[in-house]
Design a binder for this molecule. Structure first.
Ligand SMILES: [Zn+2]
Length: 56
């Protein structure tokens, strides 16, 4: 299974809504604070996913 965020193949992915998150990204997200550069990157990914969900 490929992680939606980092696009790496991982056998430990968690499905969250329509997103697949590997352990590393899940860990990163929980540690990311609003002032971090990564925060916006993750938010952009989630925004895209929420947009897709709304069309159904
Ligand atoms: Zn990942």
């Amino acid at each position: 299974m490929f992680c939606t965020i980092c696009k790496q193949n991982s056998n430990k992915v968690v499905k969250f809504l329509e997103v697949y998150l590997c352990e590393k990204c899940l860990d990163n997200i929980t540690k990311t604070r609003v002032e971090d550069e990564e925060y916006e990157k993750y938010m952009d990914v989630f925004k895209d996913i929420f947009k897709e969900c709304q069309t159904y």
